[in-house]
Design a protein around this ligand. Structure first.
Ligand SMILES: N[C@@H](CCC(=O)N[C@@H](CS)C(=O)NCC(=O)O)C(=O)O
Length: 197
């Protein structure tokens, strides 16, 4: 199977870590979403990464769907828990972490896709507030890391890693609990360092 990805994409990293934890090998296909000639638009009409192409030629997106599919391929109940309570907890954490990463990506896109005179400080602040609120909520109770991480914890590590990559780790100053949590994650999950951009 092939994973259309980019090294800096937090959602691609999430899928790569999931595959590594599940012992599944994926062929990485570097993708330029900004390039209209890139094949990604044929694989996924949204032109977004990550997109996974199975050996049967089916294309799966987005990262949450890919992660659930990979979990099924590995027997199920590993990174997406079977127990309904644990499953909902993991999926809500995944949604929160992905939303945080979405907001951070939109802030970056404001500079990538808009000329300086077109940029909206109001829009950037709106996204920044989402990031702040998500970090504050997570700082109150970082998710316990026991045994194999679930997809919510993997998504959180990738969202924080993206803030480190694109915003010089500014989030670290006011969130010591999350800093300790990420250190613990990185120490327990070698795929985190192995997938750094
Ligand atoms: N909800 C999606 C988000 C994916 C996403 O936003 N990917 C970005 C790269 S990090 C992308 O493909 N951007 C190109 C575009 O929006 O055209 C997921 O979880 O996979």
């Amino acid at each position: 199977m092939k994973l259309y990805f980019a090294p800096a994409s937090p959602f691609s990293r999430k899928v790569r870590i999931a595959a590594a934890l599940l012992g599944l090998s994926v062929e990485l296909v570097p993708t330029e979403t900004i390039n209209p000639a890139d094949p990604i638009r044929q694989k996924n009409p949204l032109g977004k990464i990550p997109t996974l192409e199975t050996d049967d030629g089916d294309c799966i997106f987005d990262s949450a769907v890919i992660a659930a599919w990979l979990d099924d391929q590995a027997g199920g109940g590993r990174i997406v828990p079977r127990d309904p309570k644990a499953r909902t907890r993991a999926l809500v954490l995944e949604a929160l972490a992905d939303g945080l990463a979405d907001a951070a990506v939109l802030v970056i896109y404001e500079t990538r896709y808009r000329e300086p005179g077109e940029r909206s400080a109001k829009w950037v602040a709106h996204q920044g507030e989402k990031i702040e609120r998500a970090l504050a909520r997570l700082e109150q109770a970082p998710p316990a890391l026991e045994g194999e991480p679930d997809i919510g914890q993997i998504a959180l590590a990738c969202a924080l890693g993206y803030l480190d990559l694109r915003f010089s780790g500014e989030w670290r100053t006011n969130h010591p609990g999350l800093v300790a949590w990420l250190d613990d994650f990185a120490q327990k999950i070698p795929a985190f360092a192995a997938t750094a951009a």
